[in-house]
Each structure stands twice: as C-alpha cells, then as structure tokens.
Design a protein around this ligand. Structure first.
Ligand code: 5MM
Length: 347
C-alpha cells in the first residue's frame, strides 16, 4: 500500500504545534483502576468514563494541548450529553490518538525483562481506529535497568523491532506512530547508567525503524528523560538532567524526526516541568545551537495526577480538578519557552 506522506507530515506538525504538548489519557483499565483505588475512587466503567469526560472537556485545555492519547475503552465513549469524546477533541483543535499496544509481557529466557505485545491483528485494529477518527497511535516498549545484565541486547533488540513493525503498520494506515521506548526510573542506577542505556536503546530503535522503512518525517518519538533511578542516593540537579537528556537525544535521534515528546515516567509534576523548561532555556541560540526537532511533552501522570486527586470521584470537585489539569498544562506550556518558574505553582 502507498504511504500518504503529506498527510502523515501534516498530522505530525499539528501534534508538534508550537507552544503545545500532548496529554496521555491512555491508561489501560488495570492501570486506571489502580490509580483510582489509590485515590479512593470506585473502579467502574462509568467512573472511568466520567473521569475521561472531565479531562477532554476541561475549559481552555486546547490552548496548551495539541493531541490526546485515548485508550480502546475511551475512544468508544461519549460525554453525558452524547457527544463522542473524539468529536469533542476535534472541536477543541486537539488531535485524537490511540494507544494500540497490548502491554509489556515477560520476555522468555530473559528474567526481569519484558517485550510489548500486540502486533497480531494490528493492521485491522489500526484501520478500525482510523475509522473512529484517530490520527495517530502510540506503542510503549519497556526497558528495565537492573544490575549488569539487564537490559540485555536481546531485550533491547526485540522491543526495538516491535516498535518498528508497529510504526510501519501505522504509517500504512495513515496514522502517525508515536514510538515510545521507555527506560524505567525504577532502581538505584545513576544518571550516567540511564544515559548509557537510553542511548543504546534509541540507537537500536532508529536502526530498526530504518530497516522497516519508517518515514522519520511522519513519526514522533516519545522517550524518557535521562534521570537517575528513583532509589539512587545521588539525585542530579535539574540542569544535569536537561544536559544529559539533550546530549543523549542529539547523539541518537535523526534530525528528520518530526518531533520529540517526553513521557514523565513517575517524576513529580513540578520536576518534569522544571527539567523540560531547563532543556529549552539551556539549548537555544546564541549560547548553544538550535535543536533539530521540536521538543515537547506527552505526559500522563505529571499532568493528570493533581486533577485526579482533587476530583476524588466527586462531581462537586469537577471544576476544581479541571482547573488543576489546565494549570499543569499551562506550566508545561511555559516550559516550552524555557519560562517555567516554580512560583507559578503558587498562582
Ligand atoms: C510511560 O507511560 C506513558 C506516559 O505516562 P507518564 O507521563 O505518566 O509516564 C503512558 O502513555 C502510558 O503508556 C499509559 O498510561 C498506558 O499505560 P498502561 O501500562 O496502562 O498500558
């Protein structure tokens, strides 16, 4: 099948719109239920629908959010007034997308490592999602750091290969692939170890993308920031994370890629905003050369978490929760100008 490159490029440009980033609301049912349970919210289809309605209808969210990543359950749902979520997003100028992987499963013969599944039947599922209005898709490969042998080359290779096969199928279906190789923050590894693993993973991902003939201009990379493990006794400064992350990307990501949108990975919301802001403040002319790709966010927890906790499943908290959501989106919008200031949190 011929690839519609101009259409892919146009969608990717809309996703990378200046001053905006993406909001991931694609938690699978089990992940969403786990977060609801922690916040004391009932774990039902209706509560998940009500929460996603709160997110997609937040007044003003389109000022800072260019795209939202939905989940299979969510893309079929509608607001109380009957309007499908996809239509609401389109009406706010937000590009609808869909998470299409089926989760990370234990990788045979590789204790402590996983491979993301979901390639079987993916061509048909992508066509169905495109018919529902999705214009991009997302797949997450998960890389663990644990000791000397994890990740193994085999673990990196198989996840990179799956990401590339997914990406090629997306482009065939007219959907922009968001390629998400996540090096987890779990563990006590150093910043340097995260940089080493992230670089090895990204280089293998781009080798596989080339091998599968994925058009870089019509894809978006969703990487982790280069950070120390959560259990590492030495936690780097904001500027160290910014520099390590951008240097790693410059060494690994071809300039033709349409854009880069970070996951937050469990970082506190304020830290994610501060680190993204530092990247923009520190890597711009005349002090440094201009970055070759737009650099933005595709956060889930770092934007949603305060809103989820405020909502707590109660309708009377809905407006306050929406304000908290838009506040986090605004903070990250400021980060894209290198202008995030912790003082914004008091506003
Ligand atoms: C890494 O997770 C992605 C970004 O979220 P954070 O900013 O919170 O790290 C996110 O899109 C993730 O892939 C989805 O929430 C889906 O997770 P599950 O594990 O439910 O498939």
């Amino acid at each position: 099948m011929t690839i519609n490159t101009p259409q892919l490029i146009e969608t990717a440009k809309a996703m990378m719109a200046a001053g905006k980033g993406m909001l991931a609301i694609d938690e699978s049912t089990s992940t969403c239920n786990r977060r609801f349970a922690a916040a004391g919210i009932a774990q039902t289809v209706e509560m998940r629908r009500a929460y996603r309605e709160l997110l997609v209808t937040a007044p003003g969210i389109g000022e800072f959010i260019s795209g939202m990543i939905l989940y299979d359950e969510t893309i079929h749902q509608a607001a109380n007034d009957g309007r499908p979520f996809v239509k609401i997003l389109q009406g706010s100028g937000i590009v609808p997308g869909i998470k299409v992987d089926l989760g990370a499963k234990d990788l045979a013969a590789h204790p402590g490592e996983t491979v993301t599944e979901g390639l079987d039947g993916l061509r048909e599922r992508l066509a169905a999602y495109a018919g529902l209005g999705a214009r991009f898709a997302k797949w997450r490969g998960v890389i663990h750091i644990a000791g000397a042998g994890v990740p193994s080359q085999g673990g990196i290779d198989v996840n990179a290969h799956a990401l590339a096969r997914y990406a090629a199928l997306c482009q065939e279906a007219g959907l922009v692939p968001v390629v998400e190789p996540e090096v987890l923050m779990d563990g006590d590894h150093s910043l340097a170890r995260c940089a080493e693993v992230t670089q090895a993973v990204l280089q293998q991902v781009f080798a596989q993308l080339a091998s599968q003939r994925v058009q870089l201009e019509g894809m978006v990379l969703k990487p982790n920031m280069v950070v120390a493990g959560l259990g590492c006794p030495v936690q780097p400064a904001v500027e160290e994370v910014a520099d390590a992350t951008v240097h790693c990307l410059l060494r690994s990501v071809p300039a033709a890629v349409a854009g880069i949108a970070f996951l937050s990975g469990g970082q506190p919301s304020e830290a994610a905003s501060a680190r993204l802001s530092a990247m923009h403040a520190r890597f711009r002319p005349p002090a440094r050369r201009e970055l070759p790709w737009p650099l933005t966010f595709s956060f889930a927890r770092a934007i949603q978490q305060p809103a989820l906790e405020l909502w707590a499943g109660r309708d009377e908290n809905r407006a306050a929760a929406q304000r908290a959501l838009v506040h986090r989106a605004r903070c990250n919008g400021a980060a894209l100008r290198g202008a995030y200031d912790p003082a914004m949190e008091a506003a």
